[in-house]
Design a protein around this ligand. Sequence first.
Ligand SMILES: Nc1ncnc2c1ncn2[C@@H]1O[C@H](COP(=O)(O)OP(=O)(O)OP(=O)(O)O)[C@@H](O)[C@H]1O
Length: 243
Amino acid sequence: MSDIAVEVTNVSMRFNLGRERINSLKEYTIKLLKKSIEHEEFYALKNVSFQVKKGDSFAIIGGNGSGKSTMLKIISGIFRPTTGNVMVNGSIAPLIELGTGFDVELTAKENIFLNGAVLGYSKKFMLERYDEIIDFSELYEFVDVPLKNFSSGMVARLGFSIATLVKPDLLIVDEILSVGDQAFQEKCEQRMDDLTSSGTTLILVSHSIDQVRKVCNNAIWLRKGEVIALGQVEDVCNAYLQG
Ligand SMILES: Nc1ncnc2c1ncn2[C@@H]1O[C@H](COP(=O)(O)OP(=O)(O)OP(=O)(O)O)[C@@H](O)[C@H]1O
């Protein structure tokens, strides 16, 4: 068990999709009392199982709405699965939604310290690491600019630089890197490689099969919440591309 970083066992996730348009509280109350609100049950994940070994770089691929982000949110503890279990061995640095943990009214510099505090780092530690974060993100001219004036790529730069500041046991990266430019994506790929070489486990969601092939060695392909293929990255990517 000790060489396993993440174990997902028979995970299903059900959402209730409200299909009806309800225009007022009165209408809602009447429908609620009559028990006539229709909720369609929808499974975003259906009986998904896989293991990720420590130090592995693992990709989750699949088309839009196939359940990739939902899986990441379950692994990160943001969602509880409807059924099934997830075991995570070690500390997690999740980079899931762009700007989570940031306050857009504050400057980049203020957000670095805010994020550091949220992650449990002391002000002294963040002061020591501040230059490194700015160097990696290359946002030198923008440290005193409020985040609301940042492009999505700039927010991604800041988020990735902070999340990889210390070596997490498990780094979870959702699509956010796709908004970074080519040079920054390559820099992030290099940092992900460095981290996995030193023992960090990586779980990556990406629509770029080239990036997945470059960065990961194992993968899972989800379609409509179901596992279609699982195994070595080359085999899974080829199966996915053949559709
Ligand atoms: N909080 C929620 N409530 C209801 N439905 C949801 C919720 N979150 C996700 N879903 C639904 O679950 C399905 C899977 O969504 P998810 O975001 O996991 O897909 P994805 O594979 O990451 O897609 P994409 O590639 O487009 O980012 C979608 O049909 C989505 O509408």
